[in-house]
Design a protein around this ligand. Structure first.
Ligand code: FES
Length: 155
């Protein structure tokens, strides 16, 4: 574990060094960290603050303001559930609840609300690891989460 955090710390330092000369480098640095590590670990706050000569609170504030930044390592699978109007009108709320409930049990599936997957004609819609699935029901989404839990992440 210590070795992992040392490796991450070195990667974060490299990323900071690569971006330090940019104008307004904070967001590019945070995006690069997430791109490299899959998330922005807590150790990044101090490293980035030191590199940019800013406070930890300033870095934390930006990091937590943008919901796109993930602060925990990602699950093995990413499930996006549409919560926009067309899906909500045909049962999307129940699909969301079923997905969140199924994923809550250590499933290795991260569930994220999104607002239109461009599949409104087949609502309610979800997307698992980039694969869009339409006309889902609460039972079907529960089965999809359970099934994903039993498979490896796509490479
Ligand atoms: S509103 Fe759900 S896919 Fe468009």
């Amino acid at each position: 574990m210590e070795q992992n955090s040392d490796t991450e710390r070195n990667q974060i330092r490299d990323i900071c060094a690569d971006h330090i000369d940019q104008q307004a480098p904070l967001l590019p640095i945070l995006h690069a960290i997430q791109s490299r590590l899959g998330y922005v670990p807590d150790i990044a706050i101090g490293e980035v603050a030191d590199a940019l000569n800013q406070t930890h609170a300033e870095i934390f504030g930006v990091l937590t303001f943008y919901h796109d930044f993930r602060r925990q390592p990602p699950g093995r699978h990413q499930l996006k559930v549409c919560r926009a109007e067309a899906c909500q009108a045909v049962g999307g709320r129940a699909v969301w609840s079923a997905a969140a409930s199924a994923a809550d049990n250590g499933s290795g599936v991260d569930v994220e609300a999104v607002y239109c997957l461009g599949n409104c004609a087949c609502a309610p819609s979800i997307q698992l690891d980039g694969h869009t699935i339409g006309r889902v029901t609460p039972d079907r989404v529960s089965n999809i989460v359970t099934g994903a839990n039993q498979t490896r992440a796509p490479s």
